[in-house]
Write a protein that binds this ligand. Structure first.
Ligand code: G1P
Length: 277
């Protein structure tokens, strides 16, 4: 039902310097696949084949990745190496890609608003590729799309985090509507542990209704002087229902070196199984 998915991908990835000096952080590989490709595969699995990316300066490799590479493909055509490109070819054949640039880094809310032209007036998914998710059965975005089909409102993915780590996340408070689905009553961006309304942290998967664009336009800068999607969603929650969904599966925080290494180890095991290594 939801066809579009937006990927905010304009950030610098300073935690991975110097690796990210000339290369987008979204192109960092987990084993043999760049982070962004895991995200696009998740969107595709959820039926969201219309991919919009909000990029910035120095991010052209993203566009090239989701395009054919004639020379390379000609070179390996008919060899066993052709199979390495099967997944990316499948994506290129089944998805469409549009890009727009965020010229100033003014926060996640601003990045999503920059994507408005790519989305229009329809509900859409958002994936932050830094959060690499492995769903239990369905992918995390698919799980959320199923909840959207039932309630038709904005939804954020959440997971429980240790209380002392809440300052890294948007944090929600809410009442449980059904198993793992909460009606949001409060939402705070990166609170100190003392001020946090719970330890239910927002992770980088959202389904958003298009009226949120108007809310973002009226949202003043918040934490770190940036326009926060969390603040806009908090406003939306006071007008309409916003849900938080405790997803089934696992998340790797690939924006941190520790999470990146954990994801690498996890996918290396899967890669070995697949290759029969
Ligand atoms: C962003 C959001 C935050 C959310 C997090 C999930 O923060 O602002 O609410 O919890 O993504 O990864 P960032 O990690 O970009 O600072």
């Amino acid at each position: 039902m939801i066809k579009k998915c937006l990927f905010p991908a304009a950030g610098y990835g300073t935690r991975f310097l110097p690796a990210t000096k000339a290369m987008p952080k979204e192109m960092l590989p987990i084993v043999n696949k760049p982070l962004i490709q895991y995200g696009v595969e998740e969107a595709m699995e959820a039926g969201m084949t219309n991919i919009g990316m909000v990029t910035g300066r120095g991010k052209r490799a993203l566009e090239d990745h989701f395009d054919v590479s004639y020379e390379l493909e000609h070179q390996i055509s008919g060899t066993s190496k052709e199979s390495y490109l099967a997944d990316i070819r499948n994506i290129i054949d089944n998805c469409s890609f549009s890009y727009t640039r965020q010229t100033e880094m003014k926060g996640l809310g601003h990045a999503i608003l920059t994507g408005e032209n790519l989305i229009g007036r329809e509900p859409f998914g958002v994936i932050l590729a830094d959060d690499l998710c492995v769903g239990e059965n369905d992918s995390v975005l698919m799980q959320m799309a199923n909840i959207y089909a039932k309630y038709r409102c904005s939804i954020v993915a959440i997971e429980e985090v240790p209380h002392e780590e809440v300052y890294k996340y948007g944090v929600i408070a809410g009442s449980e509507l059904e198993d793992g689905v909460y009606v949001v009553s409060d939402m705070v961006e990166k609170p100190s542990p003392e001020d946090a309304p719970s330890n239910l942290a927002i992770i980088g998967r959202y389904i958003l209704t298009p009226d949120l664009f108007d809310v973002i336009r009226d949202t003043p800068p918040g934490r770190n002087g940036e326009i926060q999607i969390t603040d806009a969603l908090q406003t939306q929650a006071t007008k309409n229902m916003v849900l938080a969904y405790r997803f089934k599966g696992q998340r790797f925080d690939c924006g941190s070196v520790e999470g990146f290494v954990k994801a690498t180890n996890y996918f290396y095991e899967r890669w070995k199984e697949k290759e029969g290594a």
